[in-house]
Structure formats: C-alpha cells, structure tokens
Design a protein around this ligand. Sequence first.
Ligand code: FE
Ligand code: FE
Ligand code: ZN
Length: 276
Amino acid sequence: MRYLGCHLSSSGGSLAMVRTAQKIGANTFAFFTRNPRGSKAKEENPADSAAAEAALRELSFGKLVAHGAYTMNLCTLDPEARVFAADVLADDLRRMAALPDNYYNFHPGSHVGQGTQTGISQIVDALKKAMEPQYPVTVLLETMAGKGSEIGGSFQELRDIIDGVGSEYVGVCLDTCHIWDAGYDIVGDLNGVLEEFDRIVGLNRLKALHLNDSKNVRSSHKDRHECIGDGHLGLPTFHNIMNHPVLAGLPMILETPNELSGYQREIALLRQMEQV
Ligand code: FE
Ligand code: FE
Ligand code: ZN
C-alpha cells in the first residue's frame, strides 16, 4: 500500500482536506501553507487542527506534505525581501506545529545572479534561524528543474544545504518532472538515479515524492508538469516508481494539471500499477 495524494485547497480548513482526500482515494495530501503566489497565511484554528489530526490517525494516512509559497525566495537579492522570506519560513514552521510530525516542503530558492554558493549560504542561514525553536516538523528541500538561477537542480546542491544546516530534520522531496528536466534519466535508469541520490545525499534523507509527468525532454530545465502518462516520462516510468522498494512508504503527491476528478483517476491508475 503506497501513500498517494494530491494538492488540495486549504480554504475549508484541515479536516475538510482530510475528508476530500478520503473521497478521492488518497491517503496523504499536500496543501499550501498560504496563498501560493502571495504571502497571506490562513487563520489558525486549533479545534480544526485537532479534529484533522484525529481523522488522519483513524484513517492511517501517511505524512502530509505542506508546500511553502512559490514566492518565498530565501536567496533573493534584496536584503529586506530576504529577511521577509525568512520570516515567512519561520512563521510557516511555527504553524506546522498544529499538525505535528508532518513535512514542510519548499523550493530552495533562486540566487538571481548572486551565484550558487552565495545562494546556498543564504538558504542555510534562513533555515538555521527558522529551525532553531525545534518545531516537530521536518523541512524538505525540493529537487528543482534548474530553471533560471534555481538552486536544487543537482543532488550536490541539496547535499551542500543539508551539510550547512547540520540537522537531522532536513530531508528531500523528489519531484519526478523536475529531476527529469534537470537531466536525471529516471526513464532509462531509475535505479542508477536513486543510487546516485544515495551516494550524494543519502536515501535516509528522501522523505517524499512529487509525481508529475513532464511536457519536455530531459535536461530541458523547463519545469512544465504534465498528467501521468501523457508526457516524456510515460506510464512505464510511473510503474517502476510505484513498485520500487526504496520508494515504498513515502508520501507521493500529484501536482499534475488536474481538477479533483482527474486526481481521483490518476490515484486509481497508480494504485492499479502496484504489484504488491
Ligand atoms: Fe514545488
Ligand atoms: Fe513539485
Ligand atoms: Zn514543477
């Protein structure tokens, strides 16, 4: 049994997301901690969080994978904007304590011309500060497509961030579209890519997956998600992913261009691929 889910709207609260997930055959889900393109966070509602927590336990859901706002760039050029982004991160981690022991995934950042090393050290500084209070949440660095000046397009860059922070509460969320667009051949050699990940980052750091097909060819550095089976990854690749022993037990989140009914179909399709 794999943990499969998709991005859900958080506007109705946490318990509503659990119910929606259940309805579409999901047993995990992702949600934006705030407007994905803005910065406004939703109201906190302890009663709703407690009810959601109880429902998650009762339904034996896998860990949830919250997603930080796309606009949060921890290594942006303007120092004031950088402080603001770091404050958003810290506030998100504090809020995640309402649903303890889940994951908080985010895009490491874009260095916008400052250079990879500077970008990495700015990301490390922000994470160290935001993680100081030790909230019960593991942060996940997302593997990126390497679009523009994005950091996280190579396993080594993720390793460098992890080493810089030096905490066991930093993991990785592997996005299938992103690593393909970044150049990793998960179509021809999934085993080889996972071995490389293990060598550089360590499979113990791999905590979640984003399942997306890609509209583009390998190494395109584009980051355009496609529905499962309709892109350059194709169904056999997802079959391999669904049955790879190393990936069993990890929450797998769809971020494909779909409405709820489409997600429901893709979850059913992926579950059919599971052989054990
Ligand atoms: Fe993402
Ligand atoms: Fe993603
Ligand atoms: Zn993407």
